[in-house]
Every structure is written in structure tokens, then in C-alpha cells.
Design a protein around this ligand. Sequence first.
Ligand code: SF4
Length: 273
Amino acid sequence: MPLDADFAFSQGSLSDYADCARRFELRYIQRLRYPALEVAQALEYERRTRQGARFHKLVQQHALGIPADILAQSLQDDAEVARWWQQYRARGSADLPPRRHAEIPLQTQLGGYRLLAKYDLLALEPGGAAIIVDWKTGARVPPRQSLARRMQTLVYRYVLARAGAHLYGAPIPPERIQMRYVYVAAAGERVSFDYSREQMQADEALLLTTIKAASAAKAYPLTPQESRCRFCSYRSLCGRGEAGDLAEFEFEEEEAQEEALSVDFADVEEVEF
Ligand code: SF4
């Protein structure tokens, strides 16, 4: 089934295609919504989803100028989010460049399609560093190699290099870009990835290959790796068994953002060099 010409790829859709072509088809072509629970402990999952969204809202409000102390006062009903907020204040943002943009979307073109990224925070110093910060509220920090291969790491750096010039004041040299994951529920641990022209070329080739494969596919088969089905919301459509356990689930905030991506990006400014 061909994709619409205005289809927009994102790190979420590319990750889904790489994981399972069928999931990509169900979520982004058929646009089916969550027919099954993603993890076994549904109420706990919902609670953590709300906490993650609340934390990201705080970061956005702080970037817009609301003092951190004022925001902290609103957290007396949730000790866990209050702890994350302490980590954010202690480890999250003090050393970042001054020009900051929270919850900002950017897009570029690749392979004839739009490629989108929505950033938790961009911290820029014209002529200096361009740092992408992504806050994670999951307790487990994935292995560095796993994060390095993650589509989010590839897409976020690539889109910023291609489409961030209007924020930076000039085209951003890839060497100035850094992607930084901050795990506020894991003592504020950071995992950072620098960038380079060579890395950008390699990432572009991989992204282009994936976009071409996803857009030209004649069929979208189920993944043969059934372990990938345990945390997939489409299990009931594929006859792929029980939900996995929350304790093993690497909690991600990006899926909620993906919901926003499909409606927000029509008006996103695109500037390429
Ligand atoms: S349940 Fe498994 S096969 Fe079905 S869409 Fe999800 S990951 Fe793919």
C-alpha cells in the first residue's frame, strides 16, 4: 500500500518499521488506535504516563521563564515527580547554552517525504554548542550501544543539522551538535552523543534506506521476533499472546508525543542549508 505523498516520518514511525513492518502499517497507514494493553499493569502504566507528561510540562514551563521554586511548590501531591524535579534542577539544565527552546518541532525532507522531530529542549549558543536534551522518566538506563542505534538519536541530530539554522543564526555544523539523554529517575544519569559530518552521512543513508523500504513496501509482514510483541499494543490483532510486565518495560515518553506530531507539523517552519 503506497504512502500518501504528504506522509511524515518521525523517529517513532521509523522505529516501528524497523521493529515490525506490520506495526508500522497498523499504526501509521491504517491508523488503528491501541486495541490491547501495552503492559500487564494497566493502572500503574497510566499513572506513570501521567507523571511523565507532568514532568515534561514542568520543564516546558521552566524554559518559558516560570521560576523552578514556584513550579516545585505545585508538586506536593507527588513525591516521585518532585524527586525528578530535584534531579532536573541539580543535573539537568544548569550547564546548557542560554538560548533555549522547549517542546519545539522541526522538520526537513528526506527521500521525498517529510522527516519530523519534536524536541524536549534545544539549547543553543550561536557559533557554539547546539545541545538536544531529551528527558527520560524511566528508571532503567538502556545500554549506551542501544541508545546510539536508537532512531531517536539518529533522527533528532539529523533534523537539527538540516533544519535548525533559523534558531542558531546560521547552518549548524554537525560537530556542534550533541544529543543528551537525561534520566531523572535514575539519579539524573546522562548519556550523550556527539555528532560529525561522517556520522551525519552514515545516519542519512540509514534513514533514507528505511524511508524507502517503508514507503515502497508491497506488504508489511509480522515480525518473526515474537519477543518484540510483548509490549506491542496490537497483539490482539496479530494473535501474539499476553502483555509483558511493566518492570521489564523501558518506559518511553515519545509515544505520547507521536500523537501530537501528526497534527502539529503542517505549520512547522523548515529551513535547510
Ligand atoms: S503484535 Fe508483534 S507482529 Fe503484531 S504488530 Fe505488534 S510487534 Fe508486530
